[in-house]
Every structure is written in structure tokens, then in C-alpha cells.
Design a protein around this ligand. Structure first.
Ligand code: THU
Length: 135
């Protein structure tokens, strides 16, 4: 659980990041905002590519920015897209699970008017994480 105003701030940061989306092919702009344990917020947008398959989602851009800046622990991620709230794709769920299986996901529409929350663990049951590699 997060304070409602913290959720609202994350949603607004995701909505802001969405304006930077590079999505000439799908024309589906997505923004994300990731709250680290130390209070920093890292944003991301989807970045598409003419080869299509090399597109990177907003959530993974935010996570990779964060890790590259030294953050490893995360509390919540807001994602903003489309007419109604959307949930992160399966690839993003897996990548987020690596660092934050207990992450709170806040899923908002593209304007940040409506959102709902869920735990990553509930959206990726029995996830495959670092501990699964024990031999
Ligand atoms: N996309 C995201 O950025 N995040 C998601 O969770 C789902 C999909 C992007 C990828 C692509 O640029 C566009 O949305 C359409 O799939």
C-alpha cells in the first residue's frame, strides 16, 4: 500500500513520461514511473524501432534507467496508456520480478484520470526469479 498522494504523483509522472513516447508504428504511447526504495522516481516511455521486434516497453526503460543509476530496490511502478488502464506485458512483469517481486503496480489510463492497483506477485504467479537458479 502507498499513500494515495504518492500513487497520484507516480501516475502524473507516468503521464508526463508518456509524452516522450517514440511510437510511430503502433501510435500507442506508454509512460511509466518507478519509485525506488530511496525515494527516487525513474521514468520511461516506449521506444519503438523500424524492425518492430526491438521495441522496448516504457516499464523496462524505466527499470533499466534506474538500475543503471544504482537503484536496486523498488516499491511501486505506475504505467499510463490508452483509453483505459492497461497492465504491463508479460516480458515487463518478468523483468520487474527480478528486482521487485513485491512491487505495487499502478495501472492508469493515458491521462491519469483513472487507475487501479495490483501486486506484481498476483500478476505473475509462481514467477521465475534469482532464487530459482540455486543448484
Ligand atoms: N507497450 C509498453 O510500453 N508497455 C506495455 O506494458 C505494453 C506495450 C508498448 C510497446 C509498443 O510500443 C506499444 O506499447 C504497442 O504494443
Amino acid at each position: 500500500m502507498l499513500q494515495r498522494d504518492t500513487e497520484a504523483e507516480l501516475v502524473q509522472r507516468a503521464v508526463g513520461a508518456r509524452t516522450q513516447a517514440y511510437a510511430p508504428y503502433s501510435r500507442f504511447a506508454v509512460g511509466a514511473a518507478l519509485l525506488a526504495q530511496d525515494g527516487r522516481i525513474f521514468t520511461g516511455c516506449n521506444v519503438e524501432n523500424a524492425s518492430y521486434g526491438l521495441t522496448v516497453c516504457a516499464e523496462r526503460v524505466a527499470l533499466f534507467k534506474a538500475v543503471s543509476e544504482g537503484a536496486r530496490e523498488f516499491l511501486a511502478l505506475a504505467v499510463a496508456c490508452g483509453k483505459s488502464p492497461c497492465a504491463p506485458c508479460g516480458a515487463c512483469r518478468q523483468v520487474l520480478y527480478e528486482f521487485a517481486p513485491d512491487l505495487l503496480l499502478i495501472m492508469a489510463d493515458g491521462e491519469g484520470k483513472n487507475w487501479r492497483s495490483a501486486k506484481l506477485r498476483d500478476l505473475l504467479p509462481q514467477g521465475f526469479g534469482p532464487s530459482a537458479l540455486q543448484k
